[in-house]
Design a protein around this ligand. Structure first.
Ligand SMILES: [Zn+2]
Length: 276
């Protein structure tokens, strides 16, 4: 009596395990199946979600964002043949972070002349001069769009101005040959020209400027030229860092001041001596 019952139980158990998945589906209440089907119907996209369509949406979003940045950065004061297209239309912002992390050295040469006032010529030198040989490759410091390729015999010689995604503009002067054209996009490190000795230059070198809204910033305040890297990934541009980067001291004022202070010092010494 016991054996048949056990056998029957086992058979039933095995049978139920074997058909369980099918049975479980079949046993779903009709209402659930209806709900399930309507959910699937609602969720079912018109196209295969695993196809490229989703990437297209993402790509379009990226493109739209890039276009927005493009409009903002590349459409204002773009059509100008001046190195500073903004003129006096802008003032130094209270604070603006400039992402300089993708910096690529325009040429590997050492600094031959710094940014600052040149008493010998009575004018400002708005760039950093880097050593190179005529024909050496000059590269874009950051990614961006070429705004100008021009010639100025009494100054920059053949020069290129590139406006970058980070809002900066860089100027490359005394070149011997252009490798890019205006409105061309370049990546950081991409060759843009060959170095030279054109314009007001007394020996082959690259005159390199960094400007924000046309305002020259001492490139050495942003870039550690010795190691060819930015000092920091972000250059915080404001009145303080701008002032710090200038170290501007007109020769006449300076000499007057130092003369006056010398005079004061010597007169103080004189009184001290007299007291002794
Ligand atoms: Zn220079």
């Amino acid at each position: 009596m016991k054996f048949p019952k056990l056998n029957t139980l086992l058979v039933t158990l095995l049978a139920s395990i074997a058909v369980f998945p099918a049975q479980a589906q079949l046993k779903l209440p009709a209402s659930h199946t209806r709900q399930h089907n309507s959910l699937i119907a609602n969720q079912k996209p018109s196209v295969n979600p695993f196809k490229i369509e989703n990437n297209d949406i993402l790509l379009n979003q990226v493109k739209a964002r890039e276009a927005a940045i493009d409009n903002e950065i590349f459409n204002s004061y773009w059509n100008s043949d001046r190195v500073n297209p903004y003129g006096n239309a802008v003032t130094i912002p209270e604070h603006h972070n400039i992402d300089v992390s993708e910096f690529h050295s325009p040429c590997p040469g050492q600094i031959t002349s710094n940014y600052g006032y040149r008493s010998r010529f009575g004018r400002m030198h708005y760039g950093t001069d880097l050593k190179l040989q005529v024909g050496d490759t000059v590269r874009a410091a950051f990614s961006g769009k070429v705004r100008l390729t021009k010639y100025e015999g009494r100054g920059y010689g053949y020069y290129v101005v590139v406006r970058h995604d980070n809002g900066l503009e860089t100027v490359y002067g005394h070149l011997s040959r252009f490798l890019v054209k205006p409105n061309q996009y370049v990546k950081a490190g991409e060759p843009i020209a060959l170095g030279g000795n054109t314009g007001r230059s007394t020996g082959a070198h690259l005159h390199f400027e960094t400007r924000y809204l046309g305002i020259p910033i001492n490139p050495a305040a942003i870039i550690d030229f010795e190691n060819q890297v930015p000092h920091k990934d972000v250059f915080a541009f404001d009145k303080r860092t701008y002032g710090k980067s200038q170290k501007y001291a007109p020769a006449k004022k300076k000499s007057k001041k130092s003369y006056a202070s010398k005079k004061r010092k010597s007169s103080r010494k004189a009184t001290r001596r007299a007291r002794r």
